[in-house]
Ligand binder design. Structure first.
Ligand SMILES: *[C@@H]1O[C@H](CO)[C@@H](O)[C@H](O)[C@H]1NC(C)=O
Ligand SMILES: *[C@@H]1O[C@H](CO)[C@@H](O)[C@H](O)[C@H]1NC(C)=O
Ligand SMILES: *[C@@H]1O[C@H](CO)[C@@H](O)[C@H](O)[C@H]1NC(C)=O
Ligand SMILES: *[C@@H]1O[C@H](CO)[C@@H](O)[C@H](O)[C@H]1NC(C)=O
Length: 482
């Protein structure tokens, strides 16, 4: 047989092809096999590049399929961003360059043939809506997909800071970064079957801003959420303070675009070089927490309702009534307050206050809303303190540290050697979350976690006292500050 024919045969045999190709509404994407049994498709465009007159505007679906193969063998560009100089910020560095042409997503799906379409986790990174990228090694989806080949893992880039949350009076559609998230979910609804996924079995989740975006999604699309479950790690819809418009005003002034004609002003701002715009926001790569001023979501009562709006919608039951898994970490605040670079401990009083008021109380309140409306939901408090993720002993179960366990990326972060119970804890956490992804209504009950009710012993304490599993407590035991 000639080499030519051998090559043809190889392509025709499932799993043995030199590279996997999947037809999508964006065009045919050519992925690769990072592991023998895993297909990866990285940097798939799910929207038109939001550049030129599309800057600050709602994302547009891809209009025409790409001609030829889309190369999906490496992560796409990160969206323009600056980073907050918190402890461990280096572990959060994207590995790709920045560009406005950043609306891509990544799919990891097992290579083996499956009779049944698979449940899907759609994961959104954190970063206070100012930073973050799917190319951050801690957010790599391939390890969870290898450990659990019966689900498909997807990670999504969305516009952040002024590019995603500008507040131009000339743009009626606010919070385009949240609209990016929605368009990505719509793209997956239309395309995930081609990767072996079930569009009716998608769960949306994320950490920090990714969790807030997930919560906001539930309130924004009550009648057509597309997904069938929600995961909110350390963030809730009502957590953020709404934008007050002052940042847009100061940016237009600094850039010489300020005008009494909002359309003229917008056109001018759309003409500013993207990198220059980012630099106007912050000349530093790393910034102290809460500096420079944030471009928070703007209340539009469509994509974002603000804390007062959410309270009213919660009481009225006007949100997507989907099973939810939510929780916080025991020491969220430890990496979110000022610290001395020499490694001295933070002001623990202040850090604990931030953990309770900024994270625990919103999670407690939302978990109670779900319980009051009789929607199955689970609530955890994460106590995992693993040396592999800790630069300093005092960091505790800090903000974001659970993501490395969930996604199985501790080796990508590795600061010190693991301890024996870490892998066991990782397996327990992944098994729990995957039970939820596979069956958001029943999965966690079958796993042994009680449905959360503020009146019962149903708060899941994860890895307390270095146990590799869970104990259960009343929510009230932790909600004294709320
Ligand atoms: C949003 O709704 C609230 C409550 O109904 C209202 O006070 C506010 O003016 C609305 N804002 C916008 C931008 O529609
Ligand atoms: C720590 O923070 C608390 C709360 O903000 C404050 O009252 C206290 O003075 C701070 N302690 C130190 C040593 O700075
Ligand atoms: C919890 O108990 C209080 C007081 O008995 C009751 O009003 C509330 O409805 C209960 N909440 C749930 C979710 O069962
Ligand atoms: C949790 O792990 C500990 C230590 O390995 C074990 O003794 C205990 O039985 C486990 N608990 C459950 C509920 O599996």
């Amino acid at each position: 047989m000639s080499l030519f024919f051998a090559g043809l045969l190889a392509t025709a045999t499932a799993g043995a092809a030199p590279f996997p190709i999947v037809e999508t509404t964006s065009g045919a994407v050519r992925g690769f096999y990072p592991e023998p049994d895993l297909r990866a498709f990285l940097g798939i465009p799910y929207a038109q590049p939001p550049i030129g007159s599309l800057r600050f505007r709602s994302p547009e679906p891809v209009k025409e399929k790409a001609e030829g193969l889309i190369d999906a063998t490496s992560f796409g560009f990160s969206c323009y961003q600056w980073r907050v100089g918190i402890v461990g910020a280096t572990a959060l560095s994207p590995t790709t360059g920045e560009s406005e042409n950043c609306l891509t997503l990544n799919v990891w799906a097992s290579a083996g043939h499956s009779e049944h379409p698979k449940p899907v986790l759609v994961w959104m990174h954190g970063g206070t809506f100012t930073e973050g990228s799917t190319s951050v090694p801690m957010y790599d989806g391939q390890y969870l997909a290898v450990a659990h080949p019966d689900i498909i893992v997807v990670t999504v880039n969305y516009r952040v800071n002024v590019f995603g949350f500008a507040n131009s009076p000339a743009v009626p559609e606010k919070n385009v970064g949240l609209r990016d998230q929605r368009l990505a979910v719509e793209w997956l609804r239309d395309n995930i079957a081609a990767f072996g996924g079930d569009p009716d079995k998608m769960v949306l989740g994320g950490e920090s801003a990714g969790a807030m975006g997930t919560g906001m999604f539930a309130y924004a699309y009550p009648d057509d959420p597309i997904v069938r479950g929600l995961i909110m790690e350390s963030g809730e819809a009502p957590t953020m303070v709404p934008d007050d418009g002052t940042l847009w005003a100061s940016l237009t002034e600094t850039l010489g675009c300020e005008s009494s004609d909002p359309t003229e002003e917008l056109t001018c701002m759309q003409g500013v070089d993207g990198y220059a715009l980012k630099r106007t926001l912050s000349p530093n790569e790393l910034n102290p927490y809460s500096s420079p001023p944030k471009t928070n979501p703007t209340v539009d009562n469509v994509t974002y309702f603000g804390p007062v709006g959410y309270a009213a919608l919660s009481a009225a039951g006007k949100f997507a009534r989907l099973p939810a898994l939510r929780g916080i970490n025991n020491n969220e605040g430890n990496v979110l307050v000022e610290f001395t670079p020499e490694g001295g401990p933070v002001n623990q009083t202040l850090a604990d206050w931030l953990t309770e008021i900024g994270f625990n109380c919103p999670a407690a309140a939302e978990a109670s809303v779900w319980a009051a409306h009789d929607i199955p939901s689970w609530r955890y408090r994460y106590f995992g303190e693993f040396p592999s993720l800790m630069m300093y002993d005092w960091m505790g179960a800090y903000h974001g540290s659970e993501v490395a366990l969930l996604l199985g990326t501790t080796d990508n972060v590795r600061i010190r050697d693991s301890q024996p119970n870490e892998r066991e804890a990782q397996k327990y956490f992944q098994d729990a979350v995957v039970s939820f992804i596979k069956d958001p209504v029943q999965g966690l009950e079958d796993f042994g976690w009680p449905v959360y009710n503020p009146n019962t012993t149903s708060l899941v304490e994860l890895f307390k006292d270095s146990l590799p599993n869970a104990t259960f407590e009343e929510g009230a035991a932790y909600d004294g500050a709320c």
